[in-house]
Design a protein around this ligand. Sequence first.
Ligand code: ZN
Length: 256
Amino acid sequence: MKALLLSDIHANIDALQAVLAAAPAYDVVWNLGDIVGYNAAPAAVLEQCQSLGKVFVRGNHDRACAGQVDLETFNAVAAAAVRWTQKQLTAEMLEWLARLPSGPRSPANDTLAPATVHCMHGSPCDEDEYMLSEEDALTQLPCARAPINFFGHTHVQGGFAFDSAGDCAEILPGMTGEPAVEQWELPLRPGLRYFLNPGSVGQPRDGDWRAAFAIYDDAAALLTFWRVPYDVRMAQIRIQRAGLPDRLAMRLRAGR
Ligand code: ZN
């Protein structure tokens, strides 16, 4: 079984289409949340995600657009994007966002039962928690109930591996940053516990502007990280035409 891991698409249809065009054959899509927010094509991205598969966990922007988050907790730019997004989506779309399940979840049976793999947006303890450092990951480790934990939220491709003693190694995909399609393979070793982030499709923040995703092959015990160039200029034009904050357009090229 091969799973296409998508996270933090954030209404960027240009990035999502480039990812789907570049992705190798897969059996299922696991979506780690933040389908909408920030970028300017929420309806098109939401419909595309609905057609791609049934395994989802919700992100904080999905909840915010569904009216489930106090926007006072969002920064001004993010809140402006949420309010704009709410006007672009139908009542049915907003209802669908509101019903997305929280993580962590087993993609096999959509429960929190112990499993090989769990999917989550933030961390195993808290769907809104950011795991940016080894220290962050270590504090979340006691909540992990699967050896392999796929997460998003940070918009940083990579992750963390823990041995049986609890020692942590950061996983940094060895990408060159060239404006081309790139892959980097991570063999998953038995006995280790992993927090793995496929990166953000629609708003990367790891210094690489290319859309990020990953392919998990359970039979081969292999995770392949991918980066794919896309039409950033078009995504920026959509943001400007929508009247969304300029900052949201600028950051796409910087990958920050
Ligand atoms: Zn996000």
